[in-house]
Structures are given as C-alpha cells and as structure tokens.
Design a protein around this ligand. Structure first.
Ligand SMILES: NC(=O)c1ccc[n+]([C@@H]2O[C@H](COP(=O)([O-])OP(=O)(O)OC[C@H]3O[C@@H](n4cnc5c(N)ncnc54)[C@H](O)[C@@H]3O)[C@@H](O)[C@H]2O)c1
Length: 476
C-alpha cells in the first residue's frame, strides 16, 4: 500500500486512475504511455515519445537504474539520449519508477520493452515479458493497448493476451511493434525510422498506434500495418538477414586471404550492384551485441519447431563463431600458443562503435584467449571500459584512459572495434610505443601498402598480410 501511495504522488495529477479519455489519445493530444523495461530500447522509446509531447512513465525493476535516471544520470552510453532525457524529465513529461503496477494503472498505452535473453536451448526466454503481462492483467483499470516492443518469437502476442485475460475481463488490445533501432544511432533511428512495423488485430489499436507514430513518419517513411504474426517474424527475418550478409562476407574474406585477393575490392565490386547494395558487407571479427547472436539462435529454434530447415542460419552462426577466433589465431600463428611473458594492446571493447554495450562482443573472445594463454592485456575503449570492468573482465586486464597508453611495451596491437578515434592514428607514435611494430587489425582500418611503407607487420581480414619494407627489430 505504501508503495502505491508513493507512485500516485510521483504521477502527475492528470495521470491518476480514471482521468484519461478512453481512446488512449487517439482523439488527439498527448497520450499516457507506460514503458516497462528501461534498458537500451525502453529508455530510448520512452524519451522519444515524451519528446513528441506524450506523458510517459518508464518502469523498471532495477532500482539502481531508476534512482540514477531520477537523478538525470543516463545509465548507458547512447549519443543524443542524455539531453532528451534531461529535458523531458525537467518538463515533467518523462518519469521513472520501480512500481510497474502503478505505471500500468496510470497508462493507456503500454510498451513491453524488457529483455528476451536466450534460454538454454537458444529460444527467446519470455519469462520477463510474461511477468509484465501478469502485472498488466492484475492492474487493468480500463481498456488499454499493450504493445510487445521486445523482440519476441511468433506467437508471443497471443501468449501475452492469454496471460492478461487470465486476470481481467476489461478489454485489452495486444499488438506487436518490433524495434529496429541500432545502438549508437538509437535516437535518430527512433525519431526518423526507415519504417515502423505494427502488427494489430483491432481497428482501435491501429488508430492509436497510427496517431502515436504520426510525428515520426512525417517525412514519408512508411508505417506498415500487418497481422501480428507477420510483424513478429519481420523482426527476426531482418536481423537474420543482416547477420547472414556479415557471415557471407566473412566467408568470402577467408577465400580472399587464401588466394591473395582483397575483400575490400570484392565488397566494392558486389556492393555497387543495386540488387545487393553496400550495407552490412564488411568483413571483420564477426557480429556480436545483444541482438544478432540471440535473434539468430531464436529464429533457428522457431524454424526447427515448425519443421523448417534452418541450415542457412546454422552456417551463419558457425562462420561467426570461427570469425571471432580469427584474430587470436593470427596472434598464435605469429607468436606461438604459449603467450606467457607477452603483452598485447587491445583497442576497442564494445561490440561496435558508439555504444558501451559489451554483450557477445568479439573483444571478449579475443581477450579471454590471450589471457588463457598467459598474456598480459592492456586495453582501451572510449566508452565501454566501465561496463567491461563491472560485468565482463574485472581486473584481469589493464585499463588505460588514453589509447596510446595501452600500447606501451606491448608485443603487438589488436584492433577489435572501429571507433572513429582509431581510424587515423599517428603511426610513428604507435611504432615508437610498441615493442614490435605489429598490428592485427580486425576491422580493416588501414591500407596494407601504407602499413608496409610505415614499417609495420600488418595482419587484417580478407587481405594479404604485409611485412615492413624496411626490416625492423622483430621479436624473437
Ligand atoms: N538493444 C538493442 O539494440 C535492441 C534493438 C531492437 C530490439 N531490442 C530488443 O528489445 C528488448 C530489450 O532490449 P534491451 O537491449 O533494451 O535490454 P536491456 O537488458 O538493456 O533492458 C531490459 C530492461 O528490462 C528490465 N526488466 C526485466 N524484467 C522486468 C520486469 N519484470 N519489469 C520491469 N522491468 C524489467 C531490466 O531490468 C532491464 O533494465 C529485447 O527483446 C531486445 O531483443 C533490442
């Protein structure tokens, strides 16, 4: 009871129960929106919807996260998000609470944006989504539109509806509105989406969602309404397609490396075909992050459940797993399996630039491999070092605030994430700081010929390794 009273105080007076128009805002004006789960997706969705004038409550069971947000501290690194959150908090359109039930009661439209991590068998673990559905069912104080924003397998919206309806007879509209934002560009992606996909099964839900998204699709990009199952499948198909392009190109890169071709030129050659396009064709150290690995796994699982051969995606996963080990293999080929007494510098920890997200990051495979073989590892990342220290690597590596500091006395530099700051470094300074002028570049940031000229032994992905034109003192 005490908890409930607290949230009623936090909630603006016009959000108190029974004060909203029953159309969930579809009659015009701002809408009372609840976003349950305030992670990378929920926080961006909540802040962007508040920015367009809606009255938004974000709820999360992580009390520390909510306390930080209420102090205007952003728990993640995401460009452009901080000013948005601060402005909307200050203007009272955005609130944060740990009281999920109260947030449900105070909202007409509820986004479920909690995590859907892989279960042991690779399927999406729906326990958090269904726990939220239960709380919604228990707190249905009026007709509501409930939207699954989390990435969930086909059939989940129906499960969410069933759980809600176990607890209430108040009408509920359940829709699927998968999120396509990219970490690192999330605010822009949400504000100016290529498309918005919404699966609905009622005219009311369609009207409410059309109005909510109207400010974001003014430039003409489509809002695509479809049946719920098609919307659910669209999200997995999109991520699996992108992951497939990456693994395909990584496979081609291996052939290039073997025959002395250059994957960069092959990419240009195929990417200028309009049917293929340039995106997602970069060879590298494999895909990581919180989405591709788990979504590919979950789609494989769903395909199998429905008796559909998942062979293409099995291969995508296999290529990716071995690609993540490629830099490490290059290191052990060069220095031997026993790396005791060796020191390596690693530039880039996050799974991609412009985020601090380390989930399934290729850097973890590389670094764990170096540590297992007895090496000392000195790392730099402009944003992800706190997350790395806290959740992944602890004090097992040496963290450096400046990229060049990480190089001092190292046997070689490994580049794992293509942050802008690593793209045009002072090569002579790198040479001076490293014990040996050796670079393993997992992101193909430099031209091999230029590296040879600059006196480096240079290994990259899908291109010939080069030796310096002038011999240098190379490690024994
Ligand atoms: N991160 C991305 O780039 C991205 C992009 C598109 C879609 N998605 C999908 O969106 C969903 C969320 O992803 P994320 O990266 O934001 O995850 P996240 O782990 O950053 O955030 C999830 C949040 O949900 C909270 N939570 C868990 N159970 C809860 C409950 N019962 N009640 C309230 N809060 C609860 C957690 O405390 C956490 O803060 C996933 O399904 C993911 O696949 C993610």
């Amino acid at each position: 009871m005490v908890e409930e009273r607290n949230i009623e105080l936090e909630v603006a007076p016009d959000r108190r129960e029974g004060t909203a128009d029953r159309d969930g805002g579809a009659l015009g004006g701002s809408t009372r929106v609840g976003v349950i789960g305030t992670g990378y997706v929920g926080l961006v969705v909540g802040a962007c919807l508040a920015e367009t004038g809606n009255d938004v409550i974000c709820a999360d069971i992580d009390a520390e996260k909510i306390a930080r947000l209420n102090r205007s501290e952003i728990p993640i690194y995401e460009p452009g998000l901080e000013p948005l959150v601060k402005r909307n908090l200050a203007e009272g359109r955005l609130r944060f609470t740990t009281d999920v039930a109260a947030a449900v009661r105070a909202s007409d439209i509820i986004f479920i944006a909690v995590g859907t991590p892989p279960d042991e068998d690779g399927s999406a673990d729906l326990q958090h989504v269904l726990a939220v559905a239960r709380t919604i069912g228990q707190n249905m104080n009026g007709e509501k539109v409930v939207i699954t924003k989390s990435t969930v397998p086909v059939g989940t919206a129906a499960k969410v509806r069933a759980v809600i309806e176990e607890h209430t007879e108040v009408p509920v509209h359940v829709c699927s509105n998968p999120e396509f934002l990219k970490e690192g560009a999330a605010v822009d992606d949400f504000m100016k989406p290529d498309r918005v996909v919404v699966g609905v099964d009622s005219e009311h839900a369609r009207k409410v969602l059309a109005e909510l998204y109207e400010p974001f699709v003014r430039s003409g990009n489509p809002i695509l309404f479809m049946d719920i199952a098609s919307a659910e499948i669209t999200k997995y198909a999109a991520n699996a397609m992108l992951a497939t392009r990456i693994s395909f190109m990584n496979m081609v890169a291996r052939l290039c490396a073997d025959v002395g071709a250059d994957v960069h030129l092959v990419r240009k050659g195929i990417g200028s075909d309009a049917r293929i396009g340039q995106s997602f064709l970069y060879a590298g150290v494999g895909y990581g992050g919180s989405c591709f690995p788990k979504d590919v796994k979950a789609l494989i699982r769903t395909l199998r459940e429905h008796g559909v051969d998942a062979g293409i995606l099995d291969a995508v996963e296999e290529v990716n797993a071995s690609q993540k080990r490629l830099l490490l293999e290059a290191v052990t080929t060069r220095f031997g399996e026993d790396l005791k007494g060796r020191t390596f510098a690693v530039w880039g920890l996050s799974f991609k630039p412009e985020t601090d997200d380390m989930r399934e990051a290729p850097s973890l495979v590389v670094i764990e491999g170096l540590l297992e073989r007895g090496a000392t590892v000195q790392v730099h990342d402009p944003e992800a070092m706190d997350v790395a220290r806290r959740y992944h690597l602890g004090d097992r590596v040496v963290y450096h605030d400046q990229s060049f500091q990480a190089l001092a006395g190292a046997d070689a530099l490994l580049i794992v994430t293509e942050w802008h700051m690593y793209r045009r470094p002072d090569l002579q300074k790198i040479r001076a700081l490293l014990r040996n002028p050796i670079i393993f570049d997992g992101r193909n940031l430099f031209e091999p010929a230029r590296m040879r000229e600059a006196g480096f032994e240079y290994y990259s992905i899908g291109r010939k390794a080069v030796q310096p034109t002038r011999p240098t003192a190379v490690v024994s």
